[in-house]
Design a protein around this ligand. Structure first.
Ligand code: ADP
Length: 230
């Protein structure tokens, strides 16, 4: 436990310092130059602004994680229309998918209502679909399928993306873990998304499974009980 915590704190410090260091370098180099052309100012300021966005994103994700660590008692359970929830998420992500020319497909096998924390579950599913878009290829696709039986509902997020090599698969739910740091950074990743997703699903007494092949795509399957029993 102690070692994990220490590692976590050291990761947090590192991740939070990285954007600050970039901001410092950018600001210092602007200040050390005399007669800076206005375009250069603009360019550096844009970079600074991007680094600030990144820092905010890390802080937001960390806060989500810390909140979730507190207690499952903080779950705000209500009957939720899961079809509507998934459709809402896809609607929000459509512009990002369009930018990367990725087709978003929704397949609802049946109507599902379940006892869930709507805000937290949205965040969890959003992370999966967003990753499926981010780690995809040009002209790729993402297929989200919703199904249920008498006990559980199932959300499957499949993509035609870059896939996850076998040796990394067991690690990707760890905090700050990224297969390709450069790509994750480029797409605004913090390495916290999947650990947030996993936490939320476990809080709902559910499970998440991954099957993936490098270069062929990934499929994340979420299974959550229809009725929440505390
Ligand atoms: P990030 O903020 O970097 O996206 P996540 O915790 O959401 O962090 O994911 C961890 C890592 O798992 C990512 O950096 C990426 O390498 C890998 N990953 C997650 N989802 C997918 C996917 N659908 N296809 C390929 N790789 C993925």
């Amino acid at each position: 436990m102690d070692q994990t915590r220490e590692e976590f704190v050291s990761n947090v410090s590192h991740e939070l310092k990285t954007p600050i260091t970039s901001i410092r370098v950018l600001a210092d180099s602007l200040m050390s130059m005399e007669e800076v052309p206005v375009e250069l100012y603009r360019e550096f300021m844009t970079d600074i602004s991007d680094e600030i966005d990144r820092e905010s994103k890390i802080i937001d994700d960390l806060l989500s994680l810390v909140k979730m660590d507190k207690a499952a008692a903080e779950l705000n359970i209500a009957q939720v229309d899961i079809n509507a929830l998934v459709q809402q998420i896809l609607k929000r992500l459509r512009p990002i998918a369009k930018k990367r020319n990725v087709e978003l497909i929704y397949e609802s096998i049946r109507e599902v209502t379940a006892d869930v924390d709507e805000v937290k579950l949205s965040l969890a599913i959003n992370n999966l679909v967003e990753n499926a878009v981010k780690y995809n290829i040009e002209n790729g696709w993402v297929r989200v399928t919703l199904d249920a039986d008498h006990k559980f509902f199932y959300i499957k997020v499949a993509d035609s993306g870059i896939g996850i090599p076998e040796e990394y698969q067991e690690h990707i739910f760890e905090r700050f873990y990224r297969v390709d740091k450069a790509r994750s950074r480029e797409t605004g990743g913090t390495g916290l998304g999947l650990s947030i997703t996993r936490n939320v699903i476990l809080m709902h007494h559910g499970a998440i499974r991954l099957s993936s092949k490098e270069g062929e795509g990934s499929t994340f399957t979420v299974r959550i009980p229809l009725n929440y029993i505390s």
